[in-house]
Design a binder for this molecule. Structure first.
Ligand SMILES: [Zn+2]
Length: 175
């Protein structure tokens, strides 16, 4: 079962990449966290840490406070993740995915597609017609694509994303 922390990790992965996912746990804190401590815990440099934080910050999903070091005169930044905004971000990503899959399903259910089996390339009906159902590359004749398997896969994906969306929405209600 997916948990809030998994969702926050996923947000970081979408924005920064898999290598940065561990920062999600550190930023998910009731208190703001010192960026030097984040860097130390992740085993990366302060500049690498800031780069990650700025990327997430561009989406408005983290907030910070800063404190001045009285002796040295410089500022240290303290960060935390905005849970609600991050969940909303993930929700929108999922909604877009679901929309795309629905579009693909509709297209596969209502339109004809053709393939050159030898070259493994696909054409929609208009393009296949333009090419006279003949492959430019190998001269082979197109066959009509059987969409059954693809549709099953798309619907399975749709289910998966819909379930995830439900879980994210539950987390949003809880937060
Ligand atoms: Zn071909």
């Amino acid at each position: 079962m997916l948990m809030l922390n998994d969702f926050l990790k996923e947000v970081v992965i979408i924005i920064v990449g898999k290598q940065a996912e561990d920062i999600a746990d550190l930023l998910h804190s009731p208190k703001y966290v010192n960026e030097f401590i984040i860097a130390k815990k992740l085993g990366i440099t302060i500049n690498q840490t800031r780069n990650i934080l700025y990327k997430i910050s561009n989406y408005g999903l983290v907030s910070f406070i800063r404190k001045k070091d009285k002796k040295k005169g410089w500022y240290t930044y303290f960060w935390k993740i905005d849970v609600i905004k991050s969940l909303d971000f993930l929700k929108n990503v999922l909604l877009k995915k679901i929309e795309q899959i629905n579009y693909q399903i509709k297209s596969r259910e209502t339109k004809q597609f053709y393939i050159c089996e030898r070259c493994n390339v696909e054409f929609n009906e208009e393009n296949a017609l333009l090419k006279d159902f003949t492959c430019n590359e190998c001269g082979g004749i197109f066959t009509m694509r059987d969409n059954t398997k693809l549709l099953r896969e798309l619907k399975r994906n749709l289910d998966k994303f819909n379930k995830k969306l439900e879980l994210v929405e539950e987390e949003i209600k809880k937060s």
